[in-house]
Design a protein around this ligand. Structure first.
Ligand code: PEP
Ligand code: MN
Length: 263
C-alpha cells in the first residue's frame, strides 16, 4: 500500500494538497477548543498568517483524569462555527469510535493521537470511512510500528493517510518535553509515499523552541507543520507553555517563508 504521493483534502476554501510536490501546508490552532470567541478569533488569525487548517481538540487525551478533558461534542459545534467563519479545514482528534459520526460531520481530517497509534480497532474504523486521517507517531513507537499502524487504515480502504511526527520519549526530558525525531523525514521518504507532517509544539513542549525546529523540519523536507497557537497561552486549558500567540505564529511564518517553501 501507499501509492498516493499526496493527500488532497477538500475544504470550504478549496482543495488542499499535502505532499512533496506542493508548498508546505500549515496547520495551526489551540490544543483544546475552549470557547467560541477564542476558536473563531484564532482561526481568523492563523488563516491571515497563511494556515490552511485549524486544529483544536474537542476530546483530549490527558495524563490525569482530573485535567481538562475537552468540551466534547459542544466543542465540535464551535469548530463548525470557526470553519464557517473562515473556510479553513478542520483537524481534530478522535479518541472513541462512538464519536466518529459527530466528529466526521465537522472534521476535514481526523486526527489519531500518539496514545492511540496502536488502537487497532479505532484504526480499522477510520480506515473504513472516507475522511483523510492524520496519524501521530506513538511516543515510543518505532518507524515500522508507525507505518504498520498507517497500514491498518490503508488496508481498511482509506488511501488518505498523513504521518505526523510529534516527538518521542528518550532519556532526557529535562529541557524538552520530547525528542523531535526529524530523521524520520529522510527515512520515511525512502519507505513510503505518505505525506509527512511535523509537530514541533508537542515535539519540544516549549514555545521558544518551536520556530527553530519548524525551520529545521522544512529544511529536511517536511510536507506540513502542525503548530499550537493560542490567543493567551498563559491562560490555556492545555499545552499553554508550548503554544505560540497569533503574533508569534505570524513571525514564524515570515521566518519560514525565507526558506521559500510556504506560500
Ligand atoms: C494534540 O495534538 O494536542 C495531542 C494531544 O497530540 P499527541 O497525540 O501528539 O500528544
Ligand atoms: Mn496539545
Amino acid at each position: 500500500h501507499g501509492e498516493a504521493s499526496e493527500v488532497v483534502v477538500p475544504t470550504p476554501n478549496g482543495p488542499v494538497h499535502i505532499g512533496e510536490e506542493h508548498p508546505v501546508v500549515l496547520v495551526a490552532g489551540p490544543c483544546s477548543v475552549e470557547n467560541e470567541e477564542m476558536i473563531v478569533e484564532t482561526a481568523k488569525r492563523v488563516k491571515a498568517a497563511g494556515a490552511k487548517f485549524l486544529r483544536g481538540g474537542a476530546y483530549k487525551p490527558r495524563s490525569s483524569p482530573y485535567a481538562f478533558q475537552g468540551h466534547g461534542e459542544s466543542a465540535l459545534d464551535l469548530l463548525a462555527a470557526a470553519r464557517e467563519a473562515t473556510g479553513l479545514g478542520i483537524i481534530t482528534e478522535l479518541m472513541d469510535a462512538a464519536d466518529l459520526p459527530a466528529l466526521a460531520r465537522v472534521a476535514d481530517v481526523i486526527q489519531i493521537g500518539a496514545r492511540n497509534m496502536q488502537n487497532f480497532s479505532l484504526l480499522k474504523k477510520v480506515g473504513a470511512q472516507d475522511k483523510p486521517v492524520l496519524i501521530k507517531r506513538g511516543m515510543s513507537a518505532t518507524i515500522d510500528e508507525w507505518l504498520m499502524a498507517a497500514e491498518y487504515i490503508l488496508a481498511a480502504g482509506n488511501p488518505n493517510v498523513i504521518l505526523c511526527e510529534r516527538g518521542i520519549r528518550t532519556f532526557d526530558s529535562k529541557y524538552v518535553r520530547n525528542t523531535l525525531d526529524l530523521s524520520v523525514i529522510p527515512v520515511l521518504r525512502q519507505l513510503t509515499h505518505l505525506p509527512i507532517m511535523i509537530d514541533p509544539s508537542h515535539g519540544t513542549g516549549k514555545s521558544e523552541y518551536v520556530t527553530p525546529m519548524a525551520m529545521a523540519a522544512l529544511a529536511a523536507g517536511a510536507d506540513s507543520l502542525m503548530i499550537e497557537v493560542h490567543p493567551n497561552p498563559a491562560k490555556a486549558l492545555s499545552d499553554g507553555p508550548q503554544s505560540l500567540t497569533p503574533e508569534k505564529f505570524d513571525r514564524l511564518v515570515q521566518e519560514l517563508s525565507v526558506l521559500g517553501k510556504v506560500v
